[in-house]
Design a protein around this ligand. Structure first.
Ligand SMILES: [Zn+2]
Ligand SMILES: [Zn+2]
Length: 267
């Protein structure tokens, strides 16, 4: 068994993904999926970096490109229009303006930055050597909670991304994760099992199994995403992700339409 959809994939507009939306859609059909969602990196609100996100002026191109793919595949695949937007404290109004520019199906909110540090950026990896790893983890969890409380997002992306390069906290994070689960519950956000972690130095999905158990026990809605930056990664490791969701205690996952949960699907 595998999830019926993949909600996290990119397009070349972000500057670091390859393959056009039609190719992602075809890959999804080949992988036996019924639905996908494009969630490309929303324009940065705090700087411009064409290698990481599309620019503001490219949003209309994004909509047009995805709408064309929706048309071409309309008899075979449901295609959702979404974004992965960064949570940058102090820039909530600018982020809101981007989100309000289109009738999106869902918005994935992601923490990729601690202050000015793109901690998951391979080009900024050396900075880990100067940082206190435990402090980085607690700063990261604090930002996750603030991102949920911002009310900007429907799904919190890859919610332990901080482990990407294999840096692990030496303190017990259970309290931190439980506190975060409580905030997710109160604010109504969903999480995703993001399979990209299996393709990264940390060699496990985001978030880790101990986190998933806590989120399942707290009743946080679940989604699935491959975070594909190339068509061949659409639906990657989805059977493993499905089994993991069940073993962590989830009994269902959800799909989104126009920023609301439109379907609850049994696992
Ligand atoms: Zn990316
Ligand atoms: Zn991301």
């Amino acid at each position: 068994m595998q999830p019926i959809y993949d909600y996290h994939m990119h397009t070349p507009l972000c500057g670091h993904a390859v393959g056009w939306p039609d190719e992602y859609a075809q890959a999804a059909l080949d992988a036996g999926l019924e639905e996908i969602g494009f969630s490309d990196h929303a324009p940065f609100v705090h700087m411009v970096d064409p290698g990481v996100t599309m620019g503001m002026s490219q949003l209309p191109d994004y909509y047009a490109m995805i709408e064309k793919t929706q048309q071409r595949f309309k008899n075979d695949l449901r295609i959702k229009m979404a974004l992965e937007a960064d949570f940058i404290p102090g820039y909530e109004d600018k982020t809101q303006a981007i989100i309000d520019d289109y009738d999106y199906d869902y918005i994935i909110g992601s923490v990729h930055f601690i202050k000015d540090w793109g901690f998951d950026d391979p080009d900024q990896r050396e900075r880990w050597d100067q940082e206190d790893v435990n402090q980085v983890y607690s700063d990261y969890y604090e930002l996750l909670r603030r991102s949920a409380k911002s009310g900007l997002f429907d799904i919190i992306g890859h919610c332990d991304l901080v482990k990407k390069f294999g840096h692990r906290a030496t303190i017990d994070l259970t309290g931190e994760i439980k506190q975060t689960a409580q905030v997710f519950k109160e604010t109504g956000v969903a999480i995703e099992i993001n399979t990209a972690g299996w393709r990264k130095p940390c060699e496990e999905q985001y978030p880790a199994e101990n986190c998933l158990k806590i989120y399942a026990a707290t009743g946080i809605p679940l989604t699935f995403g491959s975070d594909a930056h190339t068509p061949e990664d659409v639906g990657a490791d989805f059977k493993q992700a499905y089994a993991l969701a069940k073993s962590a205690g989830f009994t269902e996952y959800v799909s989104f339409s126009k920023r609301n949960i439109d379907r609850v699907i049994r696992l």
